[in-house]
Design a protein around this ligand. Sequence first.
Ligand SMILES: *Cc1c(COP(=O)(O)O)cnc(C)c1O
Length: 389
Amino acid sequence: MADGEADPRWGFATRALHVGQGPDPTTGAVVQPIHLATTYRQSAVGVHQGFEYSRSGNPTRHALEECLASLESARHCLTFASGLAATTTVLLLLDAGDHVVVNDDVYGGTARLFTRVLSRYGLRFDSADLRDPGALREALTERTRMVWLESPTNPLLRLVDIAAVAEIARERGALTVVDNTFATPVLQNPLALGADIAVHSSTKYLGGHSDVVGGAVMLDDDALAVSLRFHQNAVGAVPSPFDCWLLLRGVKTLSLRVRQQCANALAVARFLEGHAAVQAVHHPGLESHPQHALAVRQMSGGGGMVSFEVDTEERALELLSRLRVFLLAESLGAVESLAEHPGRMTHASIAAEERRRVGVGDGLIRLSVGVEDLDDLVRDLDQALAVSG
Ligand SMILES: *Cc1c(COP(=O)(O)O)cnc(C)c1O
C-alpha cells in the first residue's frame, strides 16, 4: 500500500487525516505542500507525472479530492471554487429541455442559480415538498432527469427520506443529487442511501473555520465522473491550491468538530425548548421534531444547526443584538457559534408572503452552534432571552 492510499479498514477520523496525504516523498514533510506551479514539465510530448496545467489538475487539489472522496465513501470527488460552482457544474450534466425537480426549501443561492440563470439556458425546474416522497411522483415529467434536494433543510431543518426519493427517481431514470452541506459526511452518506451524487459547500463544515470558500462533488459512477471532470476543466471554476490546503487542514478535525457541535446543538435546543419566551424549536435531534424517527434512521446525529421562534420580529432582533458569544453573522458550520435572522438576512430575497408560507416567520432565529463551552452558549442565550422577555 502506497503512502496516502486508504486501508479499507480505516475509520472516518483516520481517513480524514491520512487518505491522499502521505508524507512528502522528497522531504518527508507530514503536511501536504501547497503546489503553486501553474504548469508541469513534460519529459517528452505528452509524457508527464500526472499533471500538465493547474486548471486541469493540481497536486494539492488532488490530495483534497482523494481525501474528500474517501470521507463520502465515494469513488470520485471533484472540488470547486465555491459550493455554487460545484452546483453549476453538476447541472451542466443536463441538456436544454431537461427537467429538474427541486426540494421547495433549498438554499437561496441554489434557487437563484436555477431560476434566474440556468433556466435561461433551457433547463426547466419545478419545486416540490419532498418531505412527502410521493410528492416527487406528481412533479415528475417525461423530461425529468434530476432530483435536487437538501436534508436537513435551511433554516427549518426539515428532512427528506433520501432512500425513498432516490428509489422513485431511479425508476424514472433520473439522478438524485443531495446537497449534504448541513449533515456533513460525518452524519449522513447520501450515496449509501441510494443517491447518485453528493454536493457540498465546503465553505461550511468541511472547512469549518470561516476562512475558505469552496465546493465539492462526490459520486461513484465512472462515466458521470468523466463528464464532470471534463466540465470542471472546460468551465474552470476550480479552487486555488491555498484554498485546497486550508480545506485539507480543516477536514483533519471534521469528525471531532461535528460530534462536539452535535452535542452542543442538542443541549442548546433542549434549553430553548424549556424556555418560556421560546415558541418553537427546530432540531432533528429533538424527540419533538416531526421527523425525528427519520433523523435517527438516516443520520448518526442531529447536526449543529438549531432554529427557534420568538413571538415578534422586534423581539428576535432585540435578542440578536444582545448575544455576545454567538456572533451575528450569515454562513454556518464553523467552530465559532453564529446567530442570524433568516427573514432579514439569509432569506431576505424571498418575498415576505412566500417566506411566511414556507414557515420562515418574522420571529425565527437560526443558530449555527460551534465548539465553545456549552455553559457559555446557554448562558449567552439565557441572558439575551431574559432581557427580551
Ligand atoms: C452555503 C451553501 C451553498 C452555497 O455554497 P457557497 O460555498 O456559498 O457557494 C449551497 N448549499 C448550502 C446548503 C449552503 O449552505
